[in-house]
Design a protein around this ligand. Structure first.
Ligand code: HEM
Ligand code: HEM
Length: 170
């Protein structure tokens, strides 16, 4: 018989990922489009670049755990709902991968991880910095849309009596 819940490793990695991604999306768009001082902008960019760089191995581990651990039975009885849920979940992994990759490749300066260590820029051509920056913004927008759909789906499931949240709790 298939499990009813995600295993604790998936639960832990899901909530670490959710916290990092929601924080970086909200604070990143906030400083990019609302009026803040230069110092605040730099501080948020410094924290977010360092935090998301540390998040890369966590994300890879999460993907690996997803591929190796068995998934709980789908909540959907209809094949269409099952397909949509699968598509959104799969999409979230792929878009996050593109956001992380484009973030690293758009860097025109060293990646400073909280002063602990730094990584030299991987790309030196300013043309490609601009291209990867555009890819970064576009994929961040797509990720924000995907995460909003995901959270809305969880709320709708809960409201209609399907206890989805406890599958992702310890
Ligand atoms: C408050 C925010 C969030 C809530 C309440 C939430 C809740 C959930 C729940 C209940 C599930 C289990 C779905 C099921 O049983 O089939 C789930 C799965 C998932 N969540 Fe979230 N989530 C949140 C944020 C996020 C964020 C920010 C991401 C990142 C992109 C994310 C990515 C995923 C993925 C990829 C799965 C599928 C896991 C798998 O099958 O491997 N979630 N989430
Ligand atoms: C989950 C991963 C990530 C998310 C959700 C994310 C999100 C964002 C968002 C929302 C913005 C603002 C975009 C705009 O200007 O419209 C941004 C900008 C930026 N991101 Fe990311 N990012 C992620 C990973 C990374 C990584 C891994 C790096 C580099 C190591 C990076 C470097 C940057 C830089 C340098 C900016 C411009 C900062 C500025 O000066 O305003 N990002 N990111």
């Amino acid at each position: 018989m298939q499990a009813e819940k995600y295993c604790w490793q998936q639960v832990l990695l899901h909530w670490i990922s959710a916290t990092v991604i929601i924080w970086v999306l909200v604070s990143g768009f906030y400083v990019a489009y609302l009026e803040v001082t230069q110092d605040t902008h730099h501080l948020i960019a410094f924290i977010n670049v360092a935090m998301t760089t540390l998040f890369i191995p966590v994300f890879l581990l999460r993907w690996l755990v997803r591929l190796t651990k068995c998934k709980p039975r789908s909540l959907h009885d209809d094949p269409q709902g099952r397909r949509l849920a699968h598509l959104v979940h799969e999409g979230l992994y792929w878009i996050t991968a593109i956001v992380l990759l484009s973030g690293v490749l758009m860097m025109d300066r060293a990646i400073d991880v909280f002063g602990w260590f730094s990584i030299a820029p991987l790309v030196s051509d300013p043309f490609w910095h601009r291209v990867w920056f555009r890819v970064h913004i576009a994929s961040c927008l797509l990720l924000a849309l995907g995460v909003s759909m995901h959270i809305a789906a969880v709320v709708l499931h809960e409201l209609s009596g399907r206890r989805v949240l406890r599958r992702m709790l310890p």
